[in-house]
Structures are given as structure tokens and as C-alpha cells.
Design a protein around this ligand. Sequence first.
Ligand code: SF4
Length: 431
Amino acid sequence: MKILLINPPNCGRSIPEERYDIDSIRQIFRGEPLALEVLAGNLADHEVRIMDLKAEPNGMQQTLADFKPELVAFTAVTCEANTVLRLARELKDNCGAQVVVGGIHASSDPAFFNQAGVDYVVVGLGKGSFAELAAAIEAGNPTGAIPGIATTRPGGRLSFAPRRYGPLDLAEHAPPRYDLVAENRGSYILSSFNSRLGMVVSAFGCPHSCSFCCIGSLTAGHYLTHSIEAVIRDIRLLGDIPVIRLVDANTFGNTGHARLLAEAIVAAGIRKHFIADVRSDTVVRHPSLMQQWKEAGLRSVVIGFEEITDGDLTFFNKENSVAVNDEAIAILHDLGITIVGDFIVSPDYDDARFDALENYVTRRAIDLPILTVLTPLPGTPLYAEMQERITIRDLDYYTLTNAVVPTRLGEKRFYQQYARLIKAFHANAKL
Ligand code: SF4
């Protein structure tokens, strides 16, 4: 069967840009569509292509005309959901293929895609379930109950059997099809490193449950690690690409596995720069693990510090503290590992809180601070907590750079302060 996997274009709307002419906040994502490459790896019985509309925004019509897919699958994060729905409807009208949607938003809020234009929704990790669906469609039996796959019933209720995610869902024998995006590889760069970038996954899910985070919906709360051999294989498949982004939400969620992986990278003679996500409490509990990874090539870590008071960290169910964050920063500075620090700016911030955040970040010399605006993503505990306050429900604005609840400061002032901090932090970034 001919299967086309589509990565949606850069999309999303910006309140600061539309209302206040502040255009410095918009973010352009230039990474490869790894989730689709992973999916494609387990579709060996089919003819598969990937259409990356972020790299080729105008490529869809030509690809549809040339390839004539029988099954089309989209992935989408929340701010891409409306765009994907529109593209799905257009595609259904034009080429009549069966249409599937998966990814973060489909996993967090599957009912959103229970609409005309979409035939199936993949809920959670799709490497195993989507392959099962493709086989069932090809065999003319697509209605069989596949756990993790919902058949849409526009106007009705979406129902599906939940999937119990386990090692079989990783289908480790099947590496990502990096070759399917070879033509676009030159555009997959990391501007702050001024370098070509390749992505590898070593683990799925996260053992924690921060209230704003939608990662848990992908694996129903499980934390699954790839075998060391599979990770080394995938790094090698990326050839001479010098920087590897381990895209796991939490690469060090199983410290024993992380130690073995670092050992294997060194033993294999792999000499690359790695970027990976780690929690600050992991750094503090296991400084020797960070040292070991530094020797294996870990150049930067991404840490979700999120907030600057213990009360706010508790509100997010972060199970962490400012003191632990500070200790982790000191350890990483000593090791010479650069820190990309994620911070969440609340719409409740006033001028004093913006100033406090600026002081906090500056004093701790965080190499690249990333500021997002607190956004209750559908399907998260934070959404349930904040939904009464939400005034903007158009998902185009759920880019994590817009306030979807009223701001405490005047709206223009809020975005001016937000843009000011981003500009100041990026001017001093040291990656
Ligand atoms: S530790 Fe990170 S990945 Fe895990 S739930 Fe919290 S924010 Fe999400």
C-alpha cells in the first residue's frame, strides 16, 4: 500500500505580532520529523514517503499527484491541530485516501479529531499501532479493534480500546527511515550551534507528571527505553552529522540505562556533540552520571526549571525545588556543560515578577534561557484546573507564546515585557 506521512507546515498565530506589532517572539522549528521517520521504519511492507511541509511548504499537491497515496497520516502538536484538520479535509476531497491523525494533540485530546476529513486517530505511541492499522486496511478489515486506534464517528462519540504500551510498541528491529528526508537534511540545523543536527530517540514517556505537560499521554504514563544497541545503531545511521539531539522528554529517567548508553557511545568510538533533556534533581543525585556523559560528548542539557519559587513549582507538581535547581546549575557549570533553561511565564506576571525572573536567570548565568507563556494544553491536568479562565480557545494560538487567559498586566505591557526578556536573554546567549 502507498502511505504518505505528512509533517504539517510551521503554523500558529501570534497575539503580540497581530495586535502590537511585536514580531520578535515567533519561533520557527527546523528539526526533522523524527516521529514520522520512526513510524515509517515499521512499515517495511508498504511503499512509504514523508512530506515535510516545514521544509517544503508548497510540496503537497505535487506529491499527492505523483505518489497517489492510499493512506495518509498526519502528526500534529496542539497549535497545528486546526491546520491539520483543514489539510485533512482538502486531501480527502481531492484524493480520497484514508486519513489518519496522530501525535501529541491526538494523544492528549483525541476527540478533537473526531471530525469529517479524518478516518482514524492514533492515540499515543504509534509505531506499533499504526503498522497494525495499515495492515488491517490493506487486508480490507480496518474495523477490527486495534488498541490505541480510534475510528472516527463525526457527530458521535469517539471510543477506542486503550493500549498498554510496552517494549513491543518500540519495534526496535526497525530503525527510523532517515533516508526518507535525505533531500531536506540540509535544512535541519540548530542555529544556536550553527550546525547540522540529527535526532535520535532513546526513551519515550516520563516517570513524572508535571501538570502542564502532555508527554504522559503518549505512553499512558509509562517510561520506555530503547535498547542500547538500537540507540547506537540510530546514531550511526546519521553518518557524519556532528550534533545529535536526543529528543526524549527525559533521557535520564532510568539512570542505569543512561550509564550504559554513555559507556556504549564511548566504546563505539562515537565522537559527537549531544544535547539531551535532564531534570535538575537527576543532576544533583547523579553528578557522576553527568561527568560520564560529558566524557561521552554531552555538550548541552535542556532543563525545565519552569519557575523561580517553590510555591510555583509545587503548583506545577514539579516535585522539585529552587534549591535543587541551583545545585544542578552549579554542578553543570563546574562540568562545563551548557544549560538551556526552560521557564514558564505566567499570564499573572506583573512587572516585579518579570524583573525577578530576569534577575534569577542573569545571576545564575543560564546559557540559553527559553521563555514560554503558561498554556493549559487540552488533556493536561493544568487544562482542567484553568479551563474556566480560558478566553482564547482557538488552538492556532496554543503556540506557548500567547496568553490564552487574561493577563494581569495590560496585555500590551505583558507582551512588551515578555519580548524584552527574550531579546535580552538571546543577546547574552552563550551556546
Ligand atoms: S519532568 Fe519534563 S517530561 Fe516529565 S512530566 Fe515533567 S515536564 Fe514532562
